[in-house]
Write a protein that binds this ligand. Structure first.
Ligand code: ATP
Ligand code: MG
Length: 308
């Protein structure tokens, strides 16, 4: 992928997650299968795929909320599986944060906004003296009025305000990697654009790297420098957004793009949108390209040509 000159902030190598469920018969689900990618400073990387393809599982492994079955995640060259002590974890979370689909669940309903910020300072930034100044600064940068919101409880704020608050929190912590999982899916169209533009601006300004998880191809195109397409736990295509969108090669990517009649269309997450035919197409594609595995067909554009 692009950015060979710049060092990646985060490297994901051969990441696999197998879930076992069932009490008597152990059912195994390979949620993430041999996934590798890099994240570079000041770039947005989107991760696109159908429901259940493993997107959130990748995000949760980066955030150390789940342990990989195999594979590695390196943050600034350091293997994150070696981060063990509380102090090391705290340091990691100063720089690696997540924003999830439901902003309400990210806040304790009993804590007012000022208390939330106090806790961030107590836990992560005890050395900072000018707390109020810093808070005002980050709230202003996400277009929130400190006087109006500091004494509110989470339920008194809108979804858009809460998500902007989460972005403000990330800014306060000087986040280098932000996992934004379905960040804006519950916002109305106008708020959505505001939050998105804010995110992109901050990403470029601060050299932050964003993993933008979404179902929405149009949104992915709008926001991201790089795109990864995920199908059943595997990355089937990845590269510079322009190249992947202009010249999709994997049958699954082609099907996805064909199922969007025009930019701006958004499909229903619960709708079964994968036509049966695509699975046959994928099998044939892998057969025809047997033995080739993942290949770069042009610079910054790679495709999974076969699975062995
Ligand atoms: N804790 C868990 N235990 C068992 N299976 C799980 C667990 N978490 C996820 N899975 C399974 O792993 C697969 C991938 O789930 P994941 O949540 O990563 O998908 P997703 O791409 O984020 O989907 P969506 O777009 O619906 O959010 C699914 O088959 C899911 O059922
Ligand atoms: Mg998910």
């Amino acid at each position: 992928m692009l950015g060979e000159k710049t060092k990646p902030t985060l490297e994901v190598q051969n990441l696999t997650k197998i879930f076992s469920s069932g009490v008597f018969i152990r059912d195994k689900v390979t949620a993430v299968n041999d996934v590798s990618f890099n994240m570079y400073p000041g770039t947005v990387l989107s991760l696109i795929g159908e429901s259940g393809s493993g997107k959130t599982t990748i995000g949760r492994m980066i955030l150390k909320l789940l342990k990989p079955t195999s594979g590695h995640i390196y943050y600034l060259g350091k293997d994150t599986s070696l981060i063990k002590t509380k102090a090391e974890l705290r340091e990691y979370y100063r720089h690696v944060q997540g924003i999830f689909q439901d902003p309400f669940s990210s806040f304790n309903p009993l804590f007012r906004v000022d208390r939330v910020f106090d806790m961030i300072f107590d836990v992560f930034l005890p050395e900072v003296k000018n707390r109020e100044e810093r808070i005002n600064e980050v709230l202003h940068s996400v277009n929130l009025n400190p006087e109006r919101i500091m004494h509110q409880f989470p339920h008194q704020l809108s979804g858009g305000q809460l998500q902007r608050l989460l972005i403000a929190r990330a800014l306060l912590l000087d986040v280098k990697i932000l996992v934004a999982d379905e960040l804006i899916s519950m916002l109305d169209a106008s708020t959505r654009m505001g939050v998105l533009n804010l995110l992109v601006d901050l990403c470029k300004e601060k050299g932050m790297s964003v993993l933008f998880i979404t179902h929405d191809l149009a949104l992915g195109y709008y926001i991201s420098d790089y795109t990864m397409i995920m199908h059943r736990g595997r990355l089937v295509e990845k590269g510079a957004t322009e190249k992947v969108y202009k010249n999709p090669v994997h049958p699954y990517t082609q099907m996805l793009f064909n199922s969007v009649p025009d930019i701006g269309h958004r499909w229903d997450k619960n709708e079964k949108f994968v036509p049966e035919k695509v699975n046959d197409d994928i099998q044939r594609f892998y057969q025809d390209n047997r033995g080739q595995g993942f290949q770069y067909l042009e610079p910054d554009h790679g495709v999974l040509l076969s699975v062995e």
